[in-house]
Design a protein around this ligand. Sequence first.
Ligand code: NAD
Length: 259
Amino acid sequence: SLPTRTEVRRFTLAGQVVLVTGAAGGIGSATARRLTHAGARVVWADLDAERTREAAAEAVPDDEPLCLALDVTSPASCAAAVQATLDHHGRLDVVWANAGVSAFGPLATVDPDTWRQVVEVNLLGSYHVARAALPALVAHRGYLAFTASWASFAHSPGHSAYAASKAGIEALADGLRSELDHEGVRVGVFHPGWIDTRMVTEKQRTQPAFGVLLDSLPGPLGALTPVDELAEVLADAIARRAAKVVHPRVGWALHAARA
Ligand code: NAD
C-alpha cells in the first residue's frame, strides 16, 4: 500500500541534518522544534550562542542539539558554522537561510546605514550562507531554503529596504535553482505573511505608523498569524523540499487584490 503523508514525512526528515539560521527567533525556533519532532537533527544557529541555546532548551527540552554562534554577514562565520556541523554530525542535508532583520519607515527617514544593514543581513547574508553550504549540499544532494516574505511581491509603504532585500532573495533562490538542478540540489523559497514574532510586535509597540499599516492590509494578510501555524507549513515544506511556498494567507490577499 502507499505510505501515508506522515510516513513520507518521517522518511524524508528522520536523521537528516538541518542547519537553521535565525534559529533563536520566532519562526526559526518554532519550525526547528517541529523538524526535531519529525526526526531531524537540527543545528541551531543565530548571532548569540547562549541565546540560541536558551531558545533550543525552551523549544526542545528533551533534545540537546548543536547550537552555534553565527553572523550571516560574515563569510568566515558561515564557513565555520558549516564546518562545525560537519565535524559534529558528519553530514549536512538541509540548510535554511532564515535569519533576517527589518526596518520600517518612508525612504527619506531610513538612513543609509540602516538600509545597508537590512540588505546586508537579509540578502548578502543569504548569499554567504548559501556559498558556504554548497559543497556539502552538493555532496549530499541536499536542499537549500531561504526565507523571503510576502513583502517581496506585495508592496506596501515604509518597506522599501525590506522589500528590496526580500525580492533579491527570491531572485537569488530562482537563479540558484537553475544552477543547481543538475547537481541534484533542490532550492526553496518561503514567503510568510505577517507572523506574530518579535520582528513585528516590537515595531507595533514602538512605531505607531506600523500598526496603521498592518490594519490597512486586506483580510487575512492584515491579521497576525500565530507562529506555530506557519511553522507547520514550513516544516512540511522542508520535508517535501518544496520549491516555493506562499503562506496561504498571502495567497488569499494576492488573489483578492487581483480579483
Ligand atoms: P525574529 O526577529 O524573531 O528572528 C530573526 C532572527 O534572526 C533573530 O533571532 C536574530 O538574532 C537573527 N539574526 C539577525 N541578524 C542576524 C545575523 N547577522 N546573523 C545571524 N542571525 C541573525 O523574526 P522572525 O519573524 O522569526 O523572522 C525570521 C525570518 O522570517 C526573517 O528572515 C524575516 O524577515 C522573515 N519574515 C518574517 C515575517 C514576520 O511577519 N515575522 C514575515 C515574513 C518574513
